[in-house]
Design a protein around this ligand. Sequence first.
Ligand code: HEC
Ligand code: HEC
Ligand code: HEC
Length: 439
Amino acid sequence: MAFLPLSTPARRIGALLAATGLVAAGLLASGVLERSAVARDVETPLTPEAMKALAPQGAKVAAAADCFACHTARGGAPWAGGLPLETPFGIIHATNISPSAEGIGGWSRAAFHRAIRDGIAPGGRHLYPAMPYTSYRGLSPEDVDALYAYLMTRPPVAVANKANTLPFPFDQRWTLAAWNFLNLPAEVAEPDPARSPLWNRGRYVAEALGHCGECHTPRNALQAMRSGAALQGAVIEGIEAPDITPSGLRRMGFEPHGLARFMAKGLSPQGGATHQMFDVVHFSTQHMDAADLAALSAYLFDRDALPAEPETPPAPAPAAVPQAVSLRARATYAGLCAGCHGQAGEGIPHVSVPLRTNTAMRVANPGGLLRAILVGLPAQRFPGHERMEAMPPFAALIDDAALADLATWMRAEWGGQDKAVTPEAVARQREGLRADASH
Ligand code: HEC
Ligand code: HEC
Ligand code: HEC
């Protein structure tokens, strides 16, 4: 299975560029200006009984926080690390976090808390923000203890960490002190007493555990998440991690109950979870309990409670397209797509997803739609034994102009979007995919 959060760290690591410009500030900041989110009481070790009692909760936290997905190489031993995260500056490997000598076997409770919430490993070694400590900073001390207890009771695996291939100056970890100083929130969000416990729990699930913002929040020049634009959407490897603010969710056709179901099942009338989002559902959200998914949905829709009934937003009104475009596109659709997706884009149960209500038609950036058509999608197994067949690649069967017409028409007809997709945009997408494939 493709595992794609590569570009997220890639974009984060761009921060290093700026950080090196701040070398002087880094010297100053190192150790002096960084504020720890970790309280002193974690200096006291946990008793073996406490560790045992906490471990099951830690398993849940680890799933919700998606630790496994990054810390296990494809086909590798669980928790032994080795997954390469590609960045424009070189490769950063996720590390062994099993309790072996090569992993975190010797780590104290306090050392673990500092790594997860401050991004600083023993010896003052700064972690790259490819490890999403910016989000995990908001994790509660109880959940970090549970994670520690869980990881320390995994089988130890003796696999050495792989060296990163970051050239100077990006290999200078201490420069990250400057980045942390500028970008790491000093304070951790306190529960908002004006909001319901459900909303507050949802904020915790979205921001700290699920770290949705790491992909869905646009970044500033230092490649830090823009706090004023939380969850407003960002483009990752040419695919839009869409706006998941309340208005963005409604634009895609989601309502609160449907969104909670989507996070559990990976399927909805808005289509299946695809690309990076498939992995998020697969490794993480499908394992969350119903109460947390309801909280997540309430928070994302900014509600104190879920509405009693589903509140499905109306479908967008079709946008106008030139008749010549629509004629050509309809012919292409009938010839290549209708057999699997239905004459009117209604989908076929257990075979393929509907397109007329699909998020792919409604998000601003057509990258995900074009990529799905050009390279196809793997057969995916969704939670609860639901599965979808594979979608074949069409790159060889459709030229740039025909695909531009098809995408323009589908987005207008089913997504209400009047901005045309140009043949040049299709060509760029093809080019990007070729570059990806050559890695
Ligand atoms: C998006 C990928 C990603 C996710 C998700 C992730 N990590 Fe990491 N983690 C990394 C990378 C990459 C590193 C290595 C960073 C470096 O070398 O500076 C790392 C480093 C660490 C370290 C430091 C280990 C060492 O030897 O220095 C610990 C501990 C850790 N992660 C624990 C966790 C836990 C627990 C979770 C879940 C709560 C988690 N990670 C989730 C990518 C990830
Ligand atoms: C590793 C990056 C990443 C993380 C973390 C992530 N997402 Fe996504 N998400 C994406 C991408 C990319 C897409 C677009 C997928 C596509 O168009 O094929 C997406 C799509 C979505 C969609 C639209 C439905 C769809 O599949 O197109 C929703 C809703 C969503 N994400 C919610 C969330 C929530 C809630 C969280 C946190 C629990 C989250 N995402 C975490 C990358 C991510
Ligand atoms: C052989 C059957 C088949 C044909 C032909 C086909 N598709 Fe698909 N398509 C699928 C399946 C199955 C999925 C769901 C894959 C998954 O989620 O793993 C899918 C998914 C998609 C998605 C992603 C939707 C989402 O939920 O993210 C888009 C967009 C799409 N198809 C468009 C098209 C277009 C446009 C055509 C014609 C050029 C086409 N498909 C032809 C089977 C097909």
